[in-house]
Design a protein around this ligand. Structure first.
Ligand SMILES: Nc1nc2c(c(=O)[nH]1)N[C@H]1C(S)=C(S)[C@@H](COP(=O)(O)OP(=O)(O)OC[C@H]3O[C@@H](n4cnc5c(N)ncnc54)[C@H](O)[C@@H]3O)O[C@H]1N2
Ligand code: MOO
Length: 418
């Protein structure tokens, strides 16, 4: 992408509009959703059914065949034609093609799911059939125990709307309707983990920290309908971060780049400088929340035409999670064209009373991990909620949102993936 001219480096120059000072927490979330809508929906792709789980339908799901797709027996027994008793003239099993038409007074033994012969009046289940030699007798009502072609769904019908989340059930339905692949939206994410002290495996020694954010992000992205394609690492050097960020935003398939760490103001925190170097437009530069203060939202386009989005998450893992729920999840859900999953879905309470003492912060919104009671009527803080630990959040159902000046008892909930 375009880089700043060498002469202008580090001296400001023409940069996009930049939010000054911490953005109120609710405004930051709204900005992320807004940007997700403006940056354009993720480009649709064809994915085989086996790979489409969790994506969002980019177009209506059409019935390539009806349900059922042929006239089928709904019971094991006899397909009969005309008035009984009927002469049994053969047997039809599931998997066989259409058999000869039945004449009046004839029957065939038939299996559930087999194609009923033309002329069939009804299927007489074994339990109601009286078999004697070559004939069968019993009571039937016209049409009984026959599933007519298209009686549930006609071929060509639009069965699910674009925007539907591809669940296991949707995959089963799509297969019933004859699909091998689906056209879906799934924003694609590249993660850049920074920090010379950060390692990706093993028990860390003194001065070394296990990367706790990289392992968390694929699931968080999937929850919002997106996919983490790759997790790259960058050392604490301005040049390396610029190069890694430049490479990441230049990949055409990448819609969002997440940078973990380097978001604060220390000597090794180069994200702002890197965004400047890449002449990115910065929409959010720190958010008035605790934890999660140093988080950023930027993009590579012009203010009126957003490009690849860059989300900066703080290095402290619990702060990164809060920033993930504040900026990244709303952004990805908007790009995928679906609601923010942190709202909890149908039936999940949005505001409930909080037990135990929680003190608001003077100017920032606090996000406190809570467990929600089985009846869904009360929530209780779980503790272990400092920026550097995920212990509280890992045992929590949601974050309670505590705005400045909060006097309780009800708090908004921001649900966690469960
Ligand atoms: N002078 C100031 N210092 C700090 C401020 C501030 O406003 N002024 N903010 C503090 C807050 S709040 C946070 S949060 C951190 C954010 O710092 P960075 O985003 O720049 O992250 P780092 O400095 O690289 O790391 C912070 C902390 O987290 C550990 N870390 C980093 N990456 C990971 C990872 N992938 N997995 C697990 N842990 C990670 C790192 O070792 C540090 O301990 O800045 C404060 N300072
Ligand atoms: O974002 Mo920092 O404490 O708020 O961890």
């Amino acid at each position: 992408m375009r880089r700043r001219e060498a002469a202008g480096r580090g001296r400001g120059g023409e940069r996009g509009p930049r939010a000054r000072g911490p953005v109120p927490w609710q405004e930051a979330r709204a900005a992320a959703r807004w940007l997700g809508g403006r940056a354009g929906a993720a480009v649709p792709s064809r994915e085989p059914l086996a790979g489409a789980l969790g994506a969002t339908l980019a177009e209506d799901l059409l019935a390539l065949v009806g349900i059922p797709s042929y006239d089928a027996a709904a019971m094991d027994g006899y397909a009969v034609a005309g008035a009984g008793p009927w002469a049994v003239v053969g047997r039809v099993l599931a998997g066989e093609g259409p058999s000869a038409p039945l004449g009046s007074g004839q029957a065939v033994e038939i299996a559930t799911g087999a194609v009923v012969p033309e002329g069939t009046l009804a299927v007489l289940p074994y339990e109601a059939a009286h078999r004697g030699g070559g004939t069968v007798a019993g009571e039937v009502q016209p049409g009984r125990h026959v599933r007519r072609c298209g009686e549930d769904t006609e071929a060509g019908a639009a069965v699910l709307a674009a925007g539907t989340v591809v669940t296991p059930t949707v995959l089963g339905l799509a297969a019933s309707l004859g699909h091998d692949a689906l056209t879906v939206r799934r924003p694609r994410v590249t993660v850049l983990v920074t920090g010379d002290e950060v390692t990706a495996s093993g028990v860390p020694g003194p001065g070394v920290v296990r990367d706790a954010i990289g392992p968390m992000l694929p699931g968080l992205a999937a929850w919002a309908g997106a996919r983490v394609d790759r997790i790259d690492r960058a050392a604490d050097s301005a040049a390396e971060l610029v190069a890694a960020l430049d490479a990441a935003v230049s990949r055409p398939e990448t819609g969002v780049v997440v940078v973990c760490g380097a978001s604060s103001r220390g000597p090794a925190d180069h994200l702002r400088a890197a965004l400047d170097e890449l002449t990115a437009t910065v929409l959010v530069d720190s958010v008035a929340c605790r934890p999660g203060h140093p988080q950023l939202l930027a993009h590579t386009g012009r203010p009126e035409r957003p490009g690849t989005v860059i989300a900066g998450l703080p290095g402290n893992p619990n702060a990164a999670l809060v920033a993930g729920l504040t900026l990244l999840v709303p952004l990805l859900a908007a790009l995928a064209g679906r609601p923010d999953p942190a709202a909890g879905g149908p039936g999940a309470p949005r505001r409930i009373p909080l037990d135990g003492g929680v003190r608001p912060h003077a100017v920032d919104t606090r996000l406190v991990p809570v467990r929600v009671g089985a009846d869904g009527r009360r929530a209780e803080p779980v503790g272990h909620d400092r920026p550097g630990t995920l212990r509280g959040a890992a045992g929590a159902d949601a974050f309670a949102v505590i705005p400045p000046g909060w006097a309780g008892p009800d708090a908004e909930l921001l649900w966690l993936p469960r």
